[in-house]
Design a protein around this ligand. Structure first.
Ligand SMILES: [Zn+2]
Length: 210
């Protein structure tokens, strides 16, 4: 497992001795952690992707979307032990990530080169349908009118029950987060490899439909 914090800390190049630049506002910091603290407080909503991404052919983007939908469907099981929180890890470039999710970034961190999107509420279902180019991106149907699906909001007939539960149990509204991280491995001889990983977190639910 890559120690992300360590690799990130080592990746940011020093400008001069002990200087780390915020590329959003050009302030400099003495430590990488100082820069990260600044980004977290001053640029928490910054969501402009970097300019050095590769522009991909539309066919490539469509193919990539199909791979993502396939990964989601792998998780849409009917087995009762497979309900609840899901995590998909998927190696890809940030050019691929931004080609699909770039218009919906909640945050981009230039210092760490991480991206984050959050999809929730009823409208998110429609957004993801368009984004992924598949009407059934988040639902898998099974025999006997059963289905397994990505939950993005609480259903109306369950709201009363969930609201009353808030007093006793903490109900977290469902959402889907899509993030991209850069990974770096450096060996003892100084050889480096760079990777990128997309991570999708969501909750699945199963029910009978009529
Ligand atoms: Zn700044």
């Amino acid at each position: 497992m890559v120690d992300t914090a360590t690799t990130l800390a080592k990746r940011q190049p020093a400008l001069a001795q002990n200087q780390y630049l915020c590329t959003i506002c050009n302030k400099t910091y003495k430590t990488f952690h100082g820069l990260i603290r600044h980004e977290n407080s001053a640029h928490r909503s910054y969501n402009q992707p970097p300019a050095d991404l590769i522009s991909l052919p539309p066919q490539h983007i469509e193919q990539f979307k199909r791979l993502l939908v396939n990964e989601i469907h792998k998780k849409l099981s009917l087995h009762y032990t497979k309900t609840g929180k899901q995590l998909i890890k998927f190696p890809c470039t940030d050019s691929e990530f931004v080609a699909v999710f770039g218009n919906y970034l909640s945050r981009f961190s230039p210092a760490k080169r991480t991206y984050c999107c959050i999809f929730k509420d009823y409208n998110a279902e429609h957004t993801l349908r368009n984004l992924l180019g598949d009407e059934q991106w988040g639902t898998r149907y099974y025999q006997d009118n059963q289905k397994s699906y990505v939950q993005l909001y609480l259903q109306e007939n369950k709201i009363d029950e969930d609201v009353s539960n808030i007093k006793t149990i903490k109900v977290i509204p469902p959402e889907m987060t899509v993030e991209w991280f850069q990974e770096k491995i450096k060996d003892i001889k100084g050889h480096q490899t760079l990777g990128g990983q997309l991570r999708i977190r969501f909750r699945i639910n199963q029910e009978h439909y009529s």
